[in-house]
Ligand binder design. Sequence first.
Ligand SMILES: C[S@@+](CC[C@H](N)C(=O)[O-])C[C@H]1O[C@@H](n2cnc3c(N)ncnc32)[C@H](O)[C@@H]1O
Length: 254
Amino acid sequence: MPWDPALYNKFKKERFAPFVDLQKLINVKDGLKVIDLGCGTGELSRMLADSLPDSQLLGIDSSDEMLLESKNYEGSNVNFRKQKIEDAILEDASWDLVFSYSALQWVDHHRVLIPKLIQRVSKGGQLVMQMPSNHEHFTHVTIKELANTYPYNIALDGWARDTPVLSIEEYTTMLYDGGGQSITVFEKIYPHVLEDANALADWTSGTALVPYLERLPKEMHDAFIEKYKEGLKRQYNMSPVFYPFNRILMAATF
Ligand SMILES: C[S@@+](CC[C@H](N)C(=O)[O-])C[C@H]1O[C@@H](n2cnc3c(N)ncnc32)[C@H](O)[C@@H]1O
């Protein structure tokens, strides 16, 4: 199953909540050249560009489905391109603002990734990013456990996704080692109240389940999701369900 903008947008209010916190970390200047890594539908890219006077923004994403939506947010100062983050950061280009929102958790090897991101920041420019850090939450741990059971372990050939997300101490040190100044790094819990365990499952179906469903044969999808929902219902047999969602927010000037 590829990325599904409709499913992703189901919790748009909750997913967009940290954007306001992240925006506050941006040094607003006229005419910034901005890249948004993992721009998804482009809705936030448009909001970002509109908040930066005379900026030029390029949003890149690897998903055709998400980029299809981005047509709605294109304009003379906002463009989108299909590209992997891993490829974009190898290009010899520099940006006044390297921005990423809820996407870098999908890219492996952050000890390699972060220095490469820093290289793409122009002199005096900024790296500003947010990524979820809730991989220890029951919703995520349960997916890995389920993937390790028969028949999914066979179908997945033993694969399960390990998070590449590091501690905030490590990110802070990498930003400093890369020459960062005015470094701000913090982890914040966004408290969400969802209707029930099914709503929790819908939330993760739009994100954390995606790489598992991409790898499992289609005929196994329904049973995998059903088993996952059963596990969540056992744990969260209540309504509403409280979902404390950890996220890391960072900014540094170079
Ligand atoms: C959780 S969504 C966030 C989208 C957008 N930034 C937002 O907040 O609305 C994550 C996005 O990262 C994209 N993505 C994941 N891995 C990627 C990669 N290696 N290169 C480019 N995009 C990637 C997905 O296609 C998806 O659109």
